[in-house]
Design a protein around this ligand. Structure first.
Ligand code: C2E
Ligand code: CA
Ligand code: CA
Length: 479
């Protein structure tokens, strides 16, 4: 009889008794010794791997499955979505950050553990509960059990933390896996989109992800990437829409309008891509390029003999508010040699209504470069007279909607007329935009609006076409 001893960590050593016909030789004993210690090390490793695994898939604070484990479970649930109607629900604790700051991280941790326990103990055991980070939990399982109502009920009773009753509420973002195509990780993303939407709508509420939402957001993200590379790849260019004197129909200037033609020849309208450029911050860089490009074109037009021609350039709010805007403007003027007195910046009326003093200061700085300022889309907001005066604007652009209204509605010319009167009283220049027919032009002129822009005169034109168009017009008037 021979006894083999296998040493092991954490009290898991054991002994094996082996029947032998004859005593083992010295050589055999040594080999058996080595064998026993190799087995011991092997067993220790198995246990270690087990523990590493558990750590990789468990949230250490709450002992719940973590994000990695949830994604695995989601992959399985997505694969089985045909047979089981499952829902993923993300639970975001409302005002957790404030609680954490006010009462300390220790308290925050206790609260998270309490929420974890309640979710796990009081929800149907067939549902999987996970903590996927910070104050966000996930519940996965049968759609009939995993509902916002079931979760709301759990949060109705206060949590007892450190002897105190704490009332906590949650905001939920849900996705029905049947409503979703893609991997488990994609389902998690969709639920996150729904959660963000729920949070912006109302805390303590819930929102179900819909296919339309995902498509819309993915499309926006796709467009954002395309715009970034399109801008680098030179797919953006400027078109110039002439502005004319209504009395003589002589051109005096143009508005630079941004265009995007993608590599496959599609035109994406500015109303679609400019909001994306603004949202992503790209407008700062794109807008700087627009300023330089439009100034350079102005110089070329002057050199081509259109000496008094003016250039109007649209500036978006994000761009305008950027701390380096005035510097960027100055550089565009300097580097192209564009004379500032022939350059006009168009800012929208909604911008003009924000933080009056700050805007007035900024505009004063901008005006010191020598350029002038127009308020675009005028009439859509509610700027007050005194406010406009303080901003030192030079020109109002009557929004197209009011120009259309002149001939389109029984109410007649009321708003356009008011804007024209207002501008005249303040000594501002006035230009009407979106003039499409002769009657509108006549009425505007009769109402005292001296300048206009619109399809009646010309569409936005490529630089070459603008030059050709200018060649056919009556001689320009001095602005
Ligand atoms: P906006 O500044 O109000 O520009 C006038 C828009 O009216 C232009 O649309 C122009 O093509 C269109 N338009 C001109 N005449 C007529 C007309 O007679 N009838 C009709 N139906 N439309 C007319 P577009 O080029 O699509 O630009 C849309 C908006 O995109 C612009 O509105 C402006 O807000 C923005 N945008 C364009 N270029 C730039 C730019 O370089 N920078 C910034 N920040 N925004 C720009
Ligand atoms: Ca404009
Ligand atoms: Ca406008």
């Amino acid at each position: 009889m021979l006894a083999l001893y296998f040493a092991g960590k954490s009290g898991r050593e054991f002994v094996a008794a082996v029947d032998l016909a004859a005593p083992a030789s010295e050589g055999a004993r040594r080999l058996l010794n080595v064998f026993a210690s190799v087995v011991s090390v092997g067993l220790d490793n198995v246990e270690l791997v087990g523990r590493l695994n558990a750590a990789a898939f468990t949230d250490p604070l709450t002992r719940l499955p973590n994000r990695t484990r949830l994604v695995e479970a989601l992959d399985a649930a997505v694969a089985a979505a045909g047979e089981h109607d499952a829902t993923l629900d993300l639970v975001d604790l409302d005002h957790f950050a404030e609680t954490n700051d006010a009462l300390g991280h220790g308290f925050g941790d206790l609260l998270l553990v309490a929420v974890a326990q309640r979710l796990q103990q009081q929800l149907d055991p067939r549902l999987t509960v996970a903590r996927i980070g910070g104050d966000i939990f996930a519940v996965l399982g049968d759609s009939a059990l995993n509902t916002p109502e079931a979760l709301d009920a759990l949060f109705a009773v206060p949590f007892s933390i450190d002897g105190q009753d704490v009332q906590v509420s949650g905001t939920f973002g849900l996705v029905r896996l049947a409503e979703h195509d893609g991997s488990g990780a994609d389902a998690l993303k969709d639920a996150d989109i729904a959660l963000k939407r729920a949070k912006t709508q109302q805390r303590g509420g819930h929102f179900y992800f819909s296919r339309g939402m995902g498509v819309e957001i993915r499309e926006r993200v796709r467009l954002m990437h395309a715009l970034r590379s399109g801008f680098k790849g030179g797919e953006l260019y400027l078109a110039y829409q002439p502005q004319v004197d209504l009395a003589t129909h002589r051109p005096f200037g143009a508005e630079a309008l941004l265009r995007w033609r993608t590599a496959d020849g599609r035109m994406i309208p500015p109303d679609r891509f400019i909001p994306i450029a603004e949202y992503s911050g790209m407008i700062v860089e794109i807008g700087a390029w627009v300023l330089r490009e439009a100034c350079a074109e102005l110089v070329r037009l002057h050199q081509a003999g259109h000496e008094a021609f003016t250039m109007s350039i649209n500036v978006s709010q994000v761009q305008f508010r950027h701390p380096h805007f005035v510097e960027v403007l100055r550089r565009a003027l300097d580097e192209t040699g564009a004379p500032p007195e022939y350059v006009e910046l168009e800012i929208t009326e909604s911008m003009a209504m924000e933080e009056p003093q700050q805007l007035a200061d900024l505009l004063a700085q901008v005006k010191r470069t020598g350029v002038s300022i127009a308020i675009d889309d005028f009439g859509t907001g509610f700027s007050s007279l005194s406010h406009l005066q303080r901003l030192q604007v030079d020109r109002l652009k009557i929004d197209r909607a009011f120009v259309t209204e002149i001939t389109g509605s029984a109410r007649g010319s009321s708003i356009a007329e008011m804007v024209i009167q207002l501008g005249r009283n303040l000594g501002l220049s006035i230009v009407a935009e979106g003039v499409e027919d002769e009657r509108q032009a006549q009425i505007l002129h009769a109402l005292g609006c001296p300048l206009a822009q619109g399809y009646l005169f010309a569409r936005p034109l490529a630089p070459q076409d603008l030059l050709a168009w200018l060649g056919q017009q009556p001689v320009e008037r001095a602005a």
